[in-house]
Design a binder for this molecule. Structure first.
Ligand code: ARG
Length: 479
């Protein structure tokens, strides 16, 4: 008599699906089709999902309470093995799901074979990825929020620092560095909103869809969903096991976030150059050159800018992976993991680097000011001054254009001309013109922008408001 509770080595060492096969899998095909090399990162969520599934199966009478307890204990022990590094992952067991299930059966015997009742790897893997991504989204949201707060702090510090604003990378009009920083902040507000919106669609439970058509067991999907913290079970079984649009949405959010971080990076790289010399990055965020002793390279922004390429690439990978798949699950979907995992790792790294680095940025206010004085940045203000004195805007534009041409020839800014020199272009110009030609002129929106803005993302407990007051001070109050 065989002991029913001892694992049957002959069957556990074979493929769990091996019953209808008459020859072993080709050795190369076994390696080619295996995902355990990368999906083992899902072990924690796989076990969490299995514990909830077993709990539900017992509640509906498919498992006994004793079987449930044995399975849960066994799964916890498997998890400990994995975390202690004593778990041997087997390529012949293909993926994280079959590795864990086989080890469970090795440990607890035949009861382990009952865990997969009413479930398929198709709904299991879709559930695991969603649980994994939901956790990562929450970590990413925190880090993004930390970066936003760092930007707000820096913007407050630099609320009075005047710099040239650019269009076409040519000097356009003066703004404050604080105002410029809050443009970055706004981009991140939208990114954070997109992330939370994406989370809603991630947090839906596929379990119960089984292979594609549901199961005949009297399962309680609401119970499993509740145990796993999902908002609700999914509606359609074919859709549940096949679509990865939630992962595509996350990668789309990530591509936009990286595009924004890449734009910040481009500016930081320009600004730390000797040619601009607007900001200083602390040494701990830079590296040197092995040949040129004077070099201090802005590696962190450069790398963040560079990593945008792989994140954009992963979005395209997932879109292409999905585009021709017939319903329902196809093995193609195994290819969803590496792009998704790398996207998560990459954006977490970039956000951490930025959240650590931004508060440490030092603005070189004198250099910014000198640059703002160059390039006739107050020319639009002179045009507006003329309009207020009754000149039509197009005529005012022409008058200022001529004044600028004179300044270019003389090598002098508008503010450095005498009243008589200015008057040769229009006799409505009076002594009060110098009020608008100074960089600090209060009439200029780039300097006195009023834009109350609440941080709507991230943990509500840290909600704050940032406000450009008319004095051009940034004030912040708790809301
Ligand atoms: N490793 C597979 C994946 O990641 C799990 C699902 C396999 N399902 C199947 N019917 N072969 O997609």
């Amino acid at each position: 008599m065989t002991d029913q509770n001892k694992p049957d080595q002959a069957t556990t060492s074979e493929k769990p699906w091996g019953g209808r096969f008459s020859e072993p899998t080709d050795a190369f095909v076994e390696r080619f089709t295996a995902s355990v090399g990368f999906d083992q990162r899902l072990y924690h969520h796989d076990i969490t999902g299995s514990i909830a599934h077993a709990t539900m199966l017992a509640a509906v009478g498919v498992l006994t309470e004793e079987e449930r307890d044995t399975i849960i204990e066994g799964l916890k022990a498997v998890k400990e093995d994995i975390e202690a590094g004593t778990f041997e992952w087997s390529v012949s067991l293909e993926d994280v799901h079959m590795n864990i299930e086989a080890r469970l059966t090795d440990r607890i015997g035949i009861t382990g074979k009952k865990l997969h009742t009413g479930r398929s790897r198709n709904d299991q893997v879709a559930t695991d990825i969603r649980l994994y991504l939901r956790d990562e989204i929450d970590v990413i949201a925190e880090e993004l929020h930390r970066l936003q707060l760092g930007l707000l702090d820096l913007a407050e510090r630099e609320a009075e620092t005047i710099m040239p604003g650019f269009t076409h990378l040519q000097t356009a009009q003066p703004v404050t560095f604080g105002h410029h920083l809050l443009a970055w902040y706004e981009m991140l507000v939208r990114d954070a909103e997109r992330l939370q919106d994406c989370r809603k669609r991630v947090n839906v439970m596929p379990l119960g869809a089984a292979a594609l058509a549901g199961t005949t067991y009297p399962i309680d999907r609401n119970m499993t969903a509740q145990l796993l913290g999902f908002d609700r079970p999914s509606e359609n079984s074919l859709d549940s096991v096949s679509d990865r649009d939630f992962a595509i949405e996350f990668c789309s959010f990530s591509a936009l976030l990286m595009t924004h971080l890449s734009r910040f990076s481009e500016e930081l790289v320009l600004w730390t150059s000797a040619q601009f010399d607007f900001v200083d990055l602390p040494d701990r965020f830079c590296t040197g050159s092995s040949i040129m002793p004077q070099k201090k390279n802005p590696d962190v922004p450069e790398l963040v800018r560079g990593k945008t390429g792989r994140v954009n690439g992963h979005l395209i990978s997932l879109l292409t992976l999905m585009k021709s798949q017939p319903l329902a699950y196809n093995k193609d979907n195994q290819e969803d993991k590496e792009p998704l995992f790398d996207t998560v790792d990459t954006i977490k790294g970039c956000l951490k680097a930025y959240a650590d680095m931004i508060p440490a940025i030092r603005a070189k206010a004198d250099n910014m000011r000198v640059a703002a004085k160059r390039g006739f940045s107050t020319a639009t203000d002179l045009a507006d001054y003329l309009v207020k004195k009754g000149v039509a805007f197009r005529d005012a534009h022409e008058i200022v254009g001529k004044s600028v041409a004179f300044g270019v020839a003389e090598g002098r800014d508008l503010a450095d001309m005498t009243l008589d020199e200015l008057k040769q272009f229009s006799d409505v110009i009076g002594e009060d013109v110098f009020d608008v030609l100074t960089l600090e002129a209060r009439s200029r929106p780039g300097i006195t922008w009023v834009a109350p803005r609440r941080i709507r993302c991230g943990p509500p407990s840290v909600e704050r408001a940032s406000c450009w007051a008319e004095s051009s001070q940034v004030t912040r109050r708790a809301v």
